[in-house]
Design a protein around this ligand. Structure first.
Ligand SMILES: [Zn+2]
Length: 182
């Protein structure tokens, strides 16, 4: 899952000191109360900057897992599991199928919940908290891969064959550790 372009504490402090427009009254009067709660000094509205949810697919076939090479920043050129953010009004399962279809061109089968890992990242000066939800799934056979906007390559690698330094995000590195301990 995406992590920040920056974990610079100064950037976090600057982001936290910034005022935002209130979604209720429209005044630039929304101030940070804590990392997820914003209060409006004009109308008293309270805005919750809630945790975002992302899904990742551990697609297994013949002892290997499908790893993509990310086409876009953050983490362009590094390994990732297929997946992405859950959209509004979308289930975790539907998001996983949509993202997998977009990135590797096939539909995963037999979805099963594995575990979830909290994550944080700073994006355009705003710090987001996410929870990354990992699912196991399978494919009947290895479908030919076509490079696309989100993935430049697809590799089938056994968990023990993955170099952790090639992985784009910390939550995915932790997930690899859990897969190795299964
Ligand atoms: Zn307001």
């Amino acid at each position: 899952m995406p992590e920040g372009p920056s974990s610079d504490p100064g950037a976090v402090a600057r982001a936290l000191a910034r005022r935002y427009y209130c979604p209720s009254c429209g005044n630039a009067a929304l101030e940070t109360l804590d990392h997820k709660l914003y209060g409006c000094s004009e109308c008293g509205h309270t805005y919750f900057h809630n945790t975002a949810v992302a899904v990742s697919a551990v697609i297994e076939h013949a002892g290997a897992v499908a790893w993509i090479t990310r086409a876009q920043e953050p983490g362009a050129g590094l390994l990732d599991l297929p997946g992405g953010f859950v959209e509004r009004d979308e289930s975790l399962e539907a998001a996983l199928v949509r993202e997998t279809r977009e990135e590797v061109g096939f539909e995963p089968q037999g979805l099963g919940y594995l575990f979830s890992i909290p994550n944080r990242y700073l994006f355009h000066g705003v710090r987001y908290s996410t929870v990354d939800v990992f699912f196991s799934c399978s494919v009947p056979h290895r479908v030919p891969f076509v490079p696309n906007d989100e993935a430049t390559a697809l590799e089938w690698l056994a968990p023990s064959a993955v170099d952790p330094s090639r992985i784009a995000f910390e939550s995915t590195r932790l997930a690899l550790g859990r897969l190795l301990r299964r």
